[in-house]
Structure formats: structure tokens, C-alpha cells
Design a binder for this molecule. Structure first.
Ligand SMILES: [Zn+2]
Length: 344
């Protein structure tokens, strides 16, 4: 796959630096006037078609000018349909990105070194972007069901929710001083999206370990669940693509490799592929679901037992319009998992 040329175009940085120097405002300018001026400059650069890919750099410059809120307001009003400014991310940051940004901050006065560092940083961003395009491509193929050449792709993605959000019991009584030292146990919640087919949440109590056997067990269950409800889905003719983040907890382990290998050798699937996105750059649609899920749980006042959580989450996934591409949805409480370590 070719790298988008605009991402490596050195002329952009010259243009960008030149553009940032245009932020010269009179002391008498109101915030709205200054914001409008900035919006006009952004419009100019959008027409140049090079600023779009690097738009994430712009809020940093604007923030330095103390104009961030004003520009966001103008942008939302005028250009929301062209490019959306996302709210600040709550996810942990990539360590390589942090390192690049810190080095760039120290090279403010050394333009050649800064430019060289910026190219390295851009190369890193390109690399993670290309990784993500693989996920997006597989997701699109999976949603299309049957491709032009007659083959089928089933794309699965797996991730776990921060378990601190699922402490139980949730009750107004827990705010009492009597419970101030009470340490609440937490539920483990893992989500699997079989793109185009199903959305599943698996809940477990603290005694169930979330190891490679857990991932393999629930992946097998998801595939089985979908196959039972989609009679025309013949896995033996399907390319199965697994996606997860770059951690050994979810997918990056021998058990998943052996499981995929065994499925291929046993001719249960046509091919198997395991993909792990770079750490810190793995925030995809599954994380958007998690933020909605966390907000939903926060809004539930009384959830006393794990079964109450299961019932509440069933209500959540049954919300009309939720994950319209995935017709089959399920919330399962897992009390026991199989031992999947092959060869031991
Ligand atoms: Zn990074």
C-alpha cells in the first residue's frame, strides 16, 4: 500500500510554520473577531488540501494563542461537515509519540533539527495509520458479507473494559460513611465485535482469570453463536481476521496462534490472520462503545449483583439504533472457562 504523499510532504511543514506566523492580532480584537480570522486562515489551508491530514497539529498552535475555545466554536458552526474536532482523548498516550513531542518541544530554536525530528514523528504516525487502514479494510470486507471474488471475510475485534468501572454493588447506600473503607470487587467485561454479524459482551466475576484461555474461549463462543444464527455463513470458506491491541492479555499470545492454526489445519476456516495494533494507537469503534457503556453504568443507581449488571447491559445493547451493522447481540456471564493451553 502506498503512503499518502501529503503526509510526507516537507512543503507542508514550511507552509504550516508560515501559517502559524500569521497569528498576529490587534490588542483591540475581540475573541470572536480573532476566532473568525483563524477560521478564515484554516479555510484557506483546507482549500490548499494539505492541512486536513495534519489538522491534529493545529489545536496545539491555537491553544498557545489562547484561542482554542473560540476556534472550536467557529469551526463547529461552519466546518463541522468537513472535518470534526474530536474532544480531548482520555486514552493513554503512545510512548513513542510522547517521546517525539518532548524532543520537538526542546528543539524550538533549532529549525533543521526540528524538521528532521518532525519527519521521524510523521513516519511513526504514518506507520500506525497504515496499521489501522488494515483494520478498516477488513471491517468493511466483513460488513460486505460476500466480496466480488465470491470469498467471505469475518473480522473480529476484541478488547476489555477498564474493570474499575464495574465495581459492585452500586447503590446509593454505598456512599455512607459506614462503607468508606469497603473495597468493592470488580467485574471483568470483555467485548467482541464480529463485524457485520454480532456484538457480544462477556462478564466475569473476579475469580475468573482473564488470560489467553479466556480470550480463546469467548472468541470460539462468538464464532459459534454467529454461525448458529447465520445458516448461510460457511466458515470453511471464510477468511477469519482477528484484531486486538498490542497486549498479551487479549490476542498476542501463543494460544490464539495455535487456535487459529488448529482451525485452519482442521479445515474449519479457510485462512486465519491475527493483527495487533500499535500500543497507544488502538482506539477504534470498540472504544467508542466502551465510553457509551461507562456512561450508561454511571447512570444506573442500583446494581447490586453481577446478574443485575448483566440485565442492565442487555438493556444497553438492545437500545434501538445501537450497532446497526451487527444484528445479533448478546450479554453473557461466564462462570467457567476451558483450559486452552495446547501441548501442556
Ligand atoms: Zn505513537
Amino acid at each position: 500500500m502506498s503512503i499518502p504523499t501529503s503526509r510526507l510532504d516537507g512543503r507542508f511543514f514550511v507552509g504550516f510554520l508560515g501559517w502559524s506566523s500569521l497569528f498576529r492580532f490587534g490588542a483591540q480584537d475581540s475573541l470572536q473577531t480573532m476566532a473568525s480570522k483563524v477560521a478564515l486562515e484554516i479555510n484557506f489551508f483546507l482549500k490548499c488540501s494539505m492541512a486536513v491530514d495534519h489538522f491534529s497539529l493545529i489545536p496545539r498552535v491555537i491553544k498557545d494563542q489562547g484561542l482554542y475555545d473560540g476556534v472550536v466554536e467557529v469551526w463547529e458552526e461552519c466546518y463541522r461537515d468537513r472535518l470534526l474536532i474530536r474532544p480531548r482523548s482520555q486514552h493513554s498516550k503512545c510512548s513513542q509519540c510522547i517521546r517525539h513531542k518532548l524532543v520537538l518541544a526542546k528543539l524550538r530554536k533549532n529549525i533543521p533539527a526540528r524538521r528532521a525530528q518532525l519527519l521521524l514523528y510523521t513516519a511513526h504516525l504514518d506507520k500506525q495509520y497504515l496499521d489501522r487502514t488494515i483494520y478498516w479494510r477488513n471491517r468493511a470486507k466483513s460488513r460486505e458479507k460476500t466480496l466480488e471474488d465470491g470469498s467471505r471475510t469475518v473480522c473480529l475485534t476484541i478488547d476489555s473494559v477498564d474493570h474499575s468501572k464495574f465495581a459492585f454493588p452500586r447503590s446509593a447506600a454505598m456512599s455512607s460513611k459506614d462503607y468508606s473503607t469497603f473495597i468493592r470487587p470488580t467485574l471483568g467485561v470483555t467485548c467482541i465485535i464480529v463485524h457485520g454479524y454480532g456484538f457480544f459482551l462477556y462478564i466475569s466475576e473476579p475469580a475468573i482469570p482473564h488470560d489467553s484461555s479466556w480470550s480463546t474461549d469467548i472468541l470460539s463462543h462468538s464464532l459459534n453463536f454467529v454461525c448458529e444464527r447465520e445458516p448461510e455463513l460457511e466458515l470453511r470458506a471464510c477468511h477469519v481476521k482477528l484484531h486486538g491491541d498490542n497486549s498479551s492479555k487479549e490476542l498476542k499470545h501463543n494460544t490464539a496462534c495455535r487456535w487459529l492454526g488448529a482451525l485452519c489445519l482442521g479445515r474449519r476456516i479457510r485462512t486465519g490472520e491475527l493483527n495487533c495494533l500499535q500500543s497507544g494507537h488502538s482506539h477504534e469503534d470498540i472504544d467508542q462503545v466502551f465510553s457509551g457503556l461507562a456512561r450508561f453504568v454511571e447512570g444506573q443507581a442500583e446494581l447490586h449483583t453481577p446478574d443485575d449488571f448483566v440485565e442492565a447491559l442487555k438493556t444497553f445493547v438492545a437500545t434501538p439504533g445501537f450497532r446497526p451493522f451487527e444484528p445479533h447481540k448478546g450479554v453473557f456471564k461466564v462462570d467457567q472457562i476451558r483450559f486452552w493451553f495446547l501441548g501442556h
